[in-house]
Design a protein. Structure first.
Length: 120
């Protein structure tokens, strides 16, 4: 009985926390942080609404298992090591090895260490 109560508390607390974070992820204020992934904004909306749907399914007792699997898949795609994000990360690493982001003619762009160009 104790284990069942503990799992029920864990399920509801996890579902509510992920639901709140998913709602914050869908709001327009999260668009700036998501832009660093170099993925389209539509992906952010699809992932966010998918997480919200998964959380709602997780919180309904009859659909808990399906909601957990749905949420797992959404969070796996959103993970930075997922197959969706790997080509983007590979492209960024290769651009950095060449000395910066080159232009369309294959020339390297020059990165200077001047203080006025530093934006990070």
């Amino acid at each position: 009985m104790k284990n069942k109560l503990a799992l029920c508390i864990l399920k509801y607390s996890l579902g509510i926390v992920i639901l709140i974070e998913a709602v914050l992820f869908v709001l327009p204020s999260a668009a700036h942080d998501f832009a660093r992934t170099h993925m389209p904004g539509l992906v952010r909306m699809i992932l966010g609404w998918g997480e919200i749907a998964g959380c709602i399914l997780l919180l309904i007792p009859k659909t808990t298992i399906r909601g957990a699997w749905f949420l797992f898949r959404c969070l796996r795609i959103r993970d930075s090591d997922s197959p969706v994000a790997r080509p983007i990360q590979r492209r960024q690493r290769s651009d950095l090895r060449r000395g910066g982001f080159g232009d369309c003619h294959g020339k390297r762009s020059v990165i200077t260490n001047r203080d006025d160009n530093a934006s990070f």
